[in-house]
Design a protein around this ligand. Sequence first.
Ligand code: DC
Length: 213
Amino acid sequence: MKKIIVAIDGYSSCGKSTIAKALAHYAGYNYIDTGAMYRAVALHCLRTGEAPLDAIQHITVDFRNHHVCLNGEDVEGQIRTLEVGNMASKVSPIKEVRAFLVAQQQQMGKDKGIVMDGRDIGTVVFPQAELKLFLTASPEVRAQRRFDELTAKGEQPVFEDVLADVNDRDYRDTHRAESPLRQAEDAIVVDNSTLTREEQMNKIIAIFNEHIH
Ligand code: DC
């Protein structure tokens, strides 16, 4: 059995991190959530007012016990807000910010045995990854999932607004100049619109097992 790199890319809110985490657990691999790294840079800029280009000259972003750390501080609990998400979508198109984080991501994968999720993992970070998955689900299904999450948190979202937000993010992710989200030519597409989490996991584990033998 060989150790491989699993690159998982896809649109926002299509369950990438849940799947990536579960696959890493199954395989006994390390899991890296690259979105958390962009969010950590964004958090630093929000806290200090510093420009991203200055920030990357001196900050550190790494993982300890699977939690993302900014300058050594565990910030996992502070990066999943709407404010940080919006700031992350402003810092992530900047070429120098991407170069700063991509270099670290490549370093993290040098011994293989890793599952990494993001937008550019199979295309830019690890174009040589042995297994590339591209997760997708229809905008309506993803909007419904986000709508349910917000409702569960006690918010009262309007479905049409949530759907418009999903479509906006898709547009921004796929149309930016630097490393836009796109499917690698050799990626396996998994559309989970009509799959339960268990069905999806079984499908992905079967694909993974085919790739390690
Ligand atoms: O997946 P997420 O919502 O945590 O990502 C946060 C932001 O970072 C989002 O704007 C997409 C961007 N991102 C990126 O440009 N490249 C990655 N590899 C991961 C995330």
